[in-house]
Design a protein around this ligand. Structure first.
Ligand code: AMP
Ligand code: ZN
Length: 106
């Protein structure tokens, strides 16, 4: 989607560094980290949120991407979060999985 910030990042518009990527997703650092390590796993396809997801295999691919990323970076303990809907704190309406590790901030 042309006005989606995460689609723009995926397309390289902001020169965002990807800490990991594969055919399904890109992974980059959250700009406003809420933990010592805070990464976002973002599917290459634009899906607004879990509520709009109709590809039952995509979530498994994204979770495998979480595993591959943490393995590559040597992150052994972490939390995964998916915010769905504005009232739950979703700010960017392009599905993504947060990876949080270390001390939480705020
Ligand atoms: P959510 O609240 O689950 O929608 O998460 C969106 C996350 O995207 C927030 O933690 C923001 O800090 C993060 N974010 C927004 N814009 C950018 C950006 N340009 N680069 C990296 N992270 C971003
Ligand atoms: Zn998008």
């Amino acid at each position: 989607m042309s006005d989606c910030i995460f689609c723009k990042i995926i397309n390289g518009n902001f020169n965002t560094e990807f800490v990991y990527e594969n055919e399904n997703a890109v992974v980059f650092k959250d700009i406003n980290p809420k933990a010592d390590i805070h990464l976002l796993v973002v599917p290459r396809v634009h899906v607004e949120s879990l509520n709009e997801l109709d590809d039952e295999t995509l979530l498994g691919k994204l979770m495998m991407t979480v595993k591959e990323t943490t393995k590559k970076l040597g992150i052994k303990s972490y939390r995964t979060v998916i915010n769905t809907g504005k009232e739950a704190g979703q700010e960017v309406f392009h599905l993504h999985i947060h990876i949080l590790s270390g001390n939480m901030k705020g």
